[in-house]
Write a protein that binds this ligand. Structure first.
Ligand code: GLN
Length: 486
């Protein structure tokens, strides 16, 4: 029987009804992992999961705890004590973290069962799911294995989309959960910056990083925020604002909402199928009494999103990854000086793409360039965020297609040579929610050539319960939920 393609609530019900045990679920997951050909896993908890599931199978099911006894997967850039953790980088091969990430601890406390650490673009930098040390991760929806599932949280997207686990944890610094969710018919959610502790998440870019996750429907997404959200003393950037019950907050009768469609991003769309699906969603929202405003943020602001994101994230990444030097982390290489060793370790340890980011980050941080590049990017960020704050003060949410295309073919993914007018506004705008720290969710919207594409909704800071209500309105309209590729 296939239980793991079901949603969390259905699996929980089957556990409560004693149709299935945690051990059955773990065996099913391990079997599916063995058969999977999408290259999504860094480490599989074979022995550990069986041991934990056997213990749980002899205990009473916790009826009020929907995560109890259910396997999950987690991106390999979260620290997991004594479990190999590489962030899909050659440099970290063999690294065993001495502690657990907070989100992982919270899941373990709920007696959720970790089943696998998943692949990512190296150090979470990238959007193709092809730059990690294990090579390409494939999209389960594409049998020809020519299309990416997207990144950087590629393996977690696969684990959920292929029905190996009902939910999987990722991280989102620019769009790394919300974009692959669009390519794989999943719900991808990132909360307000500070809402979920990042303790134990490898820092890519501290001011932009968010713990995020994939589920198959909106209610599951709300459930995970109940478990993962809330203050953590170990993360000084985590918010102390009170938590809500986000599942209970999803109301039956929803008020009419006001949506903003950003003109410059919408106008950049070229794919007719995606445009049509989005336009008909907008029509249905209007018919249901919701209000749609087309809002201009001006072209210069829209065009500045990706360059500002790229400079700030590369600069922060250069600084936060300076500890990968062969002494603190990584394999020591024999050399006469520290500089020589650093050069050897980092040249051999990192792929070209990572080195490119660190070069860009270093150039923008050099004293003579700071004013022109780094500080300018910070000022752009401020202008972008002020503009978006205004949009979100007069609208409940921004709604737009999550990606301008279905999952691209591998090979269409060479890094851009320059940030010019062809900066693909609609392909890179999702980073605006990281620049501003807004909660943001991607949901399935439709299919083209049997490949999925999604819609994204972003709301103001700490309005997660409203965002889930809005997302539920959209999910009810599209009817697209609980989708897995079998
Ligand atoms: N694709 C984006 C980048 O390469 C986002 C990465 C992320 O969110 N981790 O920077």
């Amino acid at each position: 029987m296939d239980y793991l393609s079901k949603n969390i609530f259905e699996i929980h019900k089957a556990l409560v009804n004693k149709e299935v045990t945690p051990l059955d679920l773990v065996k099913e997951a391990l079997e599916k992992i063995k058969k999977d050909t999408n290259n999504a896993f860094e480490y599989v908890y074979e022995k550990e999961a069986i041991k934990l599931a056997t213990e749980l199978s002899n205990q009473e099911v916790e009826v009020d705890n929907p995560l109890w006894g259910i396997p999950f997967a987690i991106k390999d850039n979260f620290s997991t004590k004594d479990i190999p953790t590489t962030a899909s980088s050659r440099l970290l091969e063999g690294y065993l973290p001495p502690f657990d990430a907070e989100v992982y601890t919270r899941l373990l406390n709920k007696k959720a069962i970790p089943i696998a650490k998943t692949t990512l673009d190296e150090l979470a930098m990238g959007g193709t799911g092809s730059s990690g040390h294990l090579g390409k991760t494939y999209n389960p929806w594409d049998e020809s294995k020519t299309r990416m599932v997207g990144g950087s949280s590629c393996g977690s997207a696969v684990a959920c989309a292929a029905g190996i686990v009902p939910y999987a944890i990722g991280s989102d610094t620019g769009d790394s959960v919300r974009k692959p969710a669009s390519y794989s018919a999943l719900v991808g959610f990132k909360p307000t910056w500070g809402k979920i502790s990042r303790f134990g998440l490898f820092t890519f870019s501290a001011s932009l990083d968010h713990v995020s996750y994939f589920t198959k429907n909106v209610k599951e997404s709300a459930l995970l925020l109940n478990v993962l959200g809330g203050h953590d003393d170990k993360d000084t950037t985590s918010s102390s604002l009170p938590m809500e019950d986000y599942v209970a907050a999803i109301k039956e009768n929803k008020e009419p909402y006001t949506f903003a469609v950003i003109k410059e991003i919408y106008d950049d769309l070229k794919d007719e199928t995606i445009k049509k699906a989005f336009d008909s969603l907008i029509e249905e929202l209007k018919q249901k009494g919701h209000k749609i405003n087309t809002v201009s943020i001006t072209l210069p602001i829209a065009e500045a999103i990706y360059p500002a994101y790229y400079i700030i994230s590369s600069a922060e990444a250069t600084s936060s990854n300076a500890n990968l030097d062969g002494i603190k982390f990584g394999t020591y290489k024999d050399a006469d000086t520290y500089e020589e060793m650093l050069f050897k370790v980092r040249t051999e340890g990192f792929s070209d793409r990572i080195r490119r980011r660190f070069v860009i980050g270093s150039i923008s941080l050099l004293e003579e360039n700071q004013e022109e590049i780094y500080l300018r990017a910070l000022r752009c960020r401020r202008m972008i965020v002020e503009t978006l704050n205004k949009v979100l003060e007069s609208n409940d949410a921004i709604i737009l297609p999550a990606s301008p295309t279905i999952a691209p073919l591998f090979g269409d993914d060479t890094p851009k040579k320059s940030f010019n007018k062809d900066a693909d506004i609609s392909d890179n705008y999702l980073a605006f929610a990281n620049l501003g720290g807004y909660p943001s969710i991607t949901l399935p919207l439709g299919f083209e050539s049997k490949m999925p594409f999604g819609v994204n909704i972003t709301s103001h800071h700490f309005t997660e319960s409203k965002l889930f209500n809005i997302a539920q309105v959209v999910e009810d309209i599209t009817g697209l939920k609980d989708l897995t590729k079998k």
